[in-house]
Design a protein around this ligand. Sequence first.
Ligand SMILES: Nc1ncnc2c1ncn2[C@@H]1O[C@H](COP(=O)(O)OP(=O)(O)OP(=O)(O)O)[C@@H](O)[C@H]1O
Ligand SMILES: [Mg+2]
Length: 257
Amino acid sequence: MHIDIRDVSHDYQTNQGLLPVIKNLSISVKKGGFTAIVGPSGCGKSTITRLVSGLLKPSKGSIFISNEKVISPLSTVGMAFQNPVLLEWRNVINNIILPLEIVSKNLKYNFKRKRALELLKLVGLEDFELNLPSELSGGMKQRVSLCRSLVHKPEILILDEPFAALDAFTREDLWNVMLKLKSEQDFTCILITHDLREAVYLADQVIVLSGRPATLQYTVKSDFKKNKTISDLYSSKATKLLSTLRQQIEIAQSKNE
Ligand SMILES: Nc1ncnc2c1ncn2[C@@H]1O[C@H](COP(=O)(O)OP(=O)(O)OP(=O)(O)O)[C@@H](O)[C@H]1O
Ligand SMILES: [Mg+2]
């Protein structure tokens, strides 16, 4: 397994005392796999992303990446969030190369630019290399953010609701951009989302978490054909899967403490 979350629990220390957020959670993602995690708001999904990337240490249990225990932040992980958080004073290319400036300090600028341009081309933004973030639409900013999360060729990509703030059509467009990026660069992916269609379309495994403290409530495989299109989401197989997941979300919400 590439990512192995083994019997992890996490409590936050808050003003009101200890807040149990994750309880005895075990999740495995195989190399090159794509796992989507859904669950009620506030159940602990973003906490899982911080635990897997090594930004937070679990109160109990361990996380293993390629059989090595995660004990500190990892440079082999790329991350993208709901808010693209681009640096306003840097143009598109210089935003994308940021992780390379941290992880591969000695690389020549031209090499970094070439790598960033490859990605910009894949997401259809090759003509916007020199634009500032303020000159881009929301969907374009999110494309740049995806390029930035992949520029250092991470083995693992963690996405925390990256498409949530976009309109439905731009979102679907970016799902296909995501599939294209994945086919070019075979990373292992964890996607946090509230959008069941997004989970079913992109992932090969969908996990439903219970309400807080999050435990594993339901796991299902999502095995669309390789060259899928958005219209496959309207097939009877997909509709059935979506309906099952919707029911599971209702159960999770009713159990939120
Ligand atoms: N640094 C922190 N200190 C204390 N409590 C925290 C901290 N971060 C998150 N929490 C609490 O932990 C719980 C889970 O938060 P988390 O952000 O992981 O939820 P989430 O599932 O990502 O929610 P959403 O779907 O709304 O993004 C929440 O109750 C939140 O208040
Ligand atoms: Mg969150």
